[in-house]
Design a protein around this ligand. Structure first.
Ligand code: AHR
Length: 521
C-alpha cells in the first residue's frame, strides 16, 4: 500500500500547479484490462496449533462428547469454517511442532503416550488428536494439510518416516503401519514445513547451520507415487533479511541438480505495536487503534523487502513467500491461562485482517500462501468456542466477505489516499485491492482505517465501464465492537448500498472504521 501511495505522490508531482492546488481527495484507479497474476487461494489459509483451546475444545471434543461431532471433530466449527472455503491448515505448530513426535499421535487413543506442552502453559497433551484426526479435519473441510515437521528435537528419519506414513502406497513399514491404523489409501500432502522459527523455539539455530540442515532434511523427504512435496523453509526473525539471503543462496546453489529442494520460504509477523505492553483486545483508545493499524502496515515493508532479496536469486519467482503466521497478538482475556493466548476479536481485528489481505493480494506474484494465527480460540481467530456455543469473529466475516478474491486475478490498482494522522504520525487512510473472478465479475475491497471520519472517494474503472454495482460492508457503532456468547453477532457482513456507478466511475462514501467489498459487473 505504501508503495502505491508513493507512486501516487510521484504522479502528483508531475501534475500542473493548478491541479496541485486542489485538496487531495481519495481516488482509486482499477486497471481491469491489465490483469496478470492470480491471487492464490492459499492466501486464505489457517493455522491451528496444539495451543490452549485451539485443538482441544475448539476443534476436537472426542467421539463421546455431548457436543455434536463427526468422529470427534466439532460439527459447528466445521460448518462455520466450510463457509470460508478454508484453503489450507498448518499444523501441529508453531513452537509445538518442534517438540511433537508424530508416532505418539497414532494408533489406539488409549495407548498413546502423553507429553508436556512446555511452550504453552505446561499442560499435559494426551495426543488424542494426531495425524489421522488432523487429516480427517482437512477432509471434512476439503482443504490442504500443511504439516510442520520437527527439526528442533526430532531426527531426519522421524520426519522422513512421517512423509512415508502419510503419502506412500508402496510395500514398506510405514505404509503397513498406516494400514494397520485403519487408513488403507495414502493421503495427498503437498505443503511441508521443514521446522518452525528455527532461530528460536525451533532449535536456536543460525542461518548457516539451518541452511545445511534444510538441505539434509529436504534430501530425505521423498515424493511417493503421485505426491510431490512443496517444502517450506523456516524464515528468520521478521526483518532478518540476511537469513533470507542465506537460504536463497543455498537454494540457488542446489538449483539444477537438486530439483524440488525448496518450494517456499516462510515469514512470520505478528501485529504488536509494543511487545512489553500488548494491551487489551477489547479495551483500547483511538491511539491504540491507530498504533495497531500502523504496526500492521509493516507487513507491506516486510513482504517487499524479503521479496527483493528473493528476487536477486529467483527473479522468475519460483519460490513462494509463505506468510504462515500473522495476525494480532494482544493480552489474554482476564482470568484465562496466560499460556493459552485466548483473546477476543473486535472491529479493529477486522480492519487488520483486511489490510493484510490487501497487501497479500498486491504481492500475489510472490506470496503464495498465508496462514492467519490461529483458527479457533487462539490469537486472531475465526471462531471462538465456549462449551457447546460458538461465536464468529469480525475477522471471520472479513474472510467471508473477501472469499470472492480467492483464486481470482489481481487487478492492478493505484491508490491516492488521504492521510490518517494521530499526533505526529500519519498512515494512508485507505487500504484496497481488486480482482476479477472467473465469471468476469470485478470485486473491489476498500478499508477506511479512520476510527472516526468517513471517507469520500472515487474509483475509476479502466478497461471496463461496468453496468451495475452492489456491495457489502463490515462496520459497527464503536471501534471495539465485538461478537460475544449469548448475544446476537453485532459485527457481521451487511449489504452496502452507498456506491454509484456512472460511465466507469464509482462514487462512494465509506463510513468510519469500515471494510467494504463492491461487486461490479
Ligand atoms: O502462534 C503462536 C506462536 O507464535 C507460534 O507457536 C510460534 O511459531 C510463534 O512465535
Amino acid at each position: 500500500m505504501i508503495r502505491k501511495h508513493l507512486l501516487f505522490v510521484v504522479m502528483l508531482l508531475c501534475l500542473p500547479p493548478t491541479v496541485l492546488a486542489q485538496p487531495i481527495t481519495n481516488m482509486l484507479v482499477v486497471h481491469a484490462d491489465a490483469a496478470k497474476d492470480t491471487i492464490s487461494r492459499f492466501i486464505y489459509g489457517q493455522f491451528a496449533e496444539h495451543l490452549g483451546r485451539c485443538i482441544y475444545g475448539g476443534i476436537w471434543v472426542g467421539e463421546d462428547s455431548p457436543i455434536p461431532n463427526t468422529r470427534g471433530i466439532r460439527n459447528d466449527v466445521v460448518a462455520a469454517l466450510k463457509k470460508l472455503n478454508v484453503a489450507a491448515i498448518r499444523w501441529p505448530g508453531g513452537c509445538f511442532a518442534d517438540e511433537y513426535h508424530w508416532r505418539d499421535g497414532i494408533g489406539p487413543r488409549a495407548d498413546r503416550p502423553k507429553l508436556v506442552n512446555t511452550n504453552w502453559g505446561g499442560v499435559t497433551e494426551d495426543n488424542s488428536f494426531g495425524t489421522h484426526e488432523f487429516m480427517d479435519l482437512c477432509e471434512q473441510l476439503g482443504c490442504e494439510p500443511v504439516i510442520c515437521g520437527n527439526i528442533g528435537s526430532g531426527t531426519v528419519k522421524e520426519m522422513a518416516d512421517w512423509v512415508q506414513y502419510l503419502t506412500s502406497d508402496g510395500d514398506n513399514p510405514m505404509t503397513e503401519l498406516r494400514k494397520k491404523n485403519g487408513r488403507e489409501k495414502p493421503w495427498k500432502v503437498k505443503f511441508w514445513c521443514v521446522g518452525n522459527e528455527v532461530w528460536g523455539c525451533g532449535g536456536m539455530m543460525t542461518a548457516e547451520f539451518y541452511a545445511n540442515e534444510l538441505g539434509r532434511y529436504s534430501w530425505f523427504l521423498k515424493n511417493y507415487g503421485g505426491n510431490t512435496l512443496y517444502k517450506i523453509s523456516s524464515g528468520g526473525l521478521q526483518e532478518d533479511y540476511g537469513w533470507t539471503d542465506t537460504i536463497m543462496k543455498k537454494w540457488k546453489s542446489a538449483d539444477g541438480w537438486l530439483q524440488g529442494f525448496l518450494g517456499g520460504y516462510s515469514l512470520h509477523y505478528y501485529t504488536v505495536p509494543d511487545w512489553n505492553k500488548k494491551g487489551s483486545a477489547t479495551e483500547f483508545t483511538e491511539k491504540d487503534w491507530f498504533a495497531t493499524l500502523k504496526a500492521t502496515l509493516k507487513m507491506e515493508e516486510l513482504v517487499t523487502r524479503h521479496s527483493a532479496v528473493m528476487d536477486t536469486y529467483d527473479p522468475e519467482k519460483r519460490i513462494g513467500l509463505i506468510v504462515d503466521e500473522w495476525g494480532n497478538w494482544f493480552d489474554v482475556e482476564p482470568g484465562t491461562n496466560p499460556g493459552f493466548l485466548y483473546q477476543q476479536n473486535t472491529l479493529r481485528d477486522a480492519l487488520v485482517a483486511a489490510v493484510n489481505l490487501n497487501i497479500f493480494h498486491e504481492h500475489c506474484d510472490r506470496v503464495k500462501m498465508t496462514n492467519i494465527a490461529q483458527m479457533v480460540n487462539v490469537l486472531q481467530s475465526m471462531v471462538l468456542t465456549k462449551d457447546n456455543a460458538i461465536v464468529l469473529t469480525p475477522t471471520y466475516y472479513v474472510f467471508k466477505m473477501y472469499s470472492v478474491h480467492q483464486g481470482a486475478t489481481l487487478l492492478p490498482m493505484e491508490v491516492r489516499s488521504e492521510s490518517y494522522t494521530n499526533g505526529t504520525d500519519a498512515i494512508p487512510v485507505l487500504s484496497a485491492s481488486a480482482s476479477k473472478d472467473k465469471a468476469g465479475k470485478i470485486h473491489i475491497s476498500i478499508a477506511n482505517l479512520h476510527a472516526a471520519k468517513a471517507q469520500d472517494l472515487k474509483c475509476e474503472l479502466k478497461g471496463t465501464a461496468g453496468s451495475k454495482v452492489s456491495g457489502e460492508i463490515i462496520t459497527a457503532a464503536t471501534m471495539n465492537a465485538w461478537n460475544d456468547f449469548g448475544r446476537p453477532e453485532g459485527v457481521n457482513v451487511q449489504p452496502f448500498k452507498g456506491a454509484q456507478l456512472k460511465d466507469g466511475m464509482l462514487t462512494l462514501s465509506l463510513p468510519p472504521r469500515s471494510v467494504v467489498t463492491l461487486e461490479v459487473n
